[in-house]
Design a protein around this ligand. Structure first.
Ligand SMILES: Nc1nc2c(c(=O)[nH]1)N[C@H]1C(S)=C(S)[C@@H](COP(=O)(O)O)O[C@H]1N2
Ligand SMILES: [Mo]
Length: 300
């Protein structure tokens, strides 16, 4: 890969500004986008102040461990994350069961400070550590005709007290279009604040797609399947009118039961700040082009 983010910056060096400029360079290289856009202030260029470790690891959604925000922090310790393997199959040159340690030895782990927006209208800023999903898919060798990527979370009734309740059809499933999956902003997170990612956040590896609502960012992944058809996804199967396949953060398309125009930033204490929600969660310059010509009210 000709252009990629360096991992030479130390934690202290990684200001949002540096991360943003780096991302522009990647985009310029990959998509032939000029740097003229830099003159225009972009949301992603604004300072992103990360939430505390405490906020990020104690206010979670991980229904396999219960539906209350405090449940995952309390119960997810029962998930055994070592050893761990990920099956990569479907339209790939090298299908197989990949050991997590072997994957890690091949991947470049970097810090990415991303705005994270849940469909329930709360948000956080998380300093993830992770690698680009594109690197993993390229390692497996994506074949001609591939159009989508499907993901599955582990299904372990003995370790996941929540899966006895039929809230969703287990295992938790998610999917992306191949170009979304290959986008340099899409990462597999394996850490937070330079520490291994806690179980409640999706250990040992989870997807992070910063321009989509949080539920697309599936946790504790055991299977990745490359396919030529749009895969079924858990939330879409359970409530298709409320949760579409795309689920791009979009302040102009409301959830049928509540507005998506603003969000409450976790960490603001009792009077948590409400701020306007940005198109594509603030990553419009980077990802808007993926949806050119699409009616985002139809493809929600
Ligand atoms: N397997 C699985 N992945 C999941 C979920 C879940 O319930 N199960 N919840 C999703 C939702 S709704 C959100 S908002 C994010 C929350 O991630 P966080 O707890 O790290 O903030 O995880 C997503 N990934
Ligand atoms: Mo969510």
């Amino acid at each position: 890969m000709a252009h990629r983010w360096t991992n030479t910056l130390t934690h202290a060096d990684v200001t949002p500004q540096a991360a943003f400029l780096n991302r522009r360079q990647v985009m310029a290289g990959l998509a032939g986008v000029g740097l003229a856009g830099l003159a225009r202030p972009a949301a992603a260029q604004e300072a992103l102040e990360p939430n505390t470790w405490e906020d990020i690891t104690s206010y979670n959604n991980y229904y396999e461990f219960g539906t209350r925000k405090e449940d995952p922090a309390r119960y997810a310790h029962t998930l055994v994350t070592e050893p761990w393997s990920v099956t990569i199959d479907g339209l790939v040159d090298k299908p197989g069961e990949y050991d997590f340690k072997d994957i890690m030895s091949e991947m470049t782990v970097e810090e990415r400070i991303y705005r994270f927006r849940c469909v329930e209208a709360w948000s956080m800023v998380v300093p993830w550590n992770g690698f680009e999903l594109a690197d993993l898919l390229n390692m497996a060798g994506v074949q001609e005709g591939a159009k989508y990527v499907a993901f599955e979370t582990a299904y372990r009734p003995d370790e996941m007290p929540g899966v006895q309740f039929p809230i969703l059809e287990w295992p938790y499933r998610e999917g992306l279009r191949l170009d979304e999956a290959m986008h340099p902003l899409t990462i597999m997170a394996t850490g937070i604040y330079d520490k291994p990612i806690p179980n409640q956040n999706g250990a040992p590896l989870r997807l992070v797609v910063p321009w989509k609502y949080g539920f697309k960012s599936i946790k504790s992944i055991v299977r990745i399947t490359i396919s030529d058809v749009e895969p079924p996804t858990s939330w879409n199967m359970s409530a298709p009118r409320e949760y579409g396949f795309y689920s791009n953060v979009n302040p102009n398309v409301d959830h049928p039961r509540w507005s998506q125009a603003s969000e409450r930033q976790i960490g603001g204490g009792l009077f948590a700040k409400r701020i306007p929600t940005l198109m594509f969660n603030g990553y419009e310059e980077e990802v808007g082009g993926l949806y050119d010509g699409m009616d985002l009210k139809e493809f929600y």
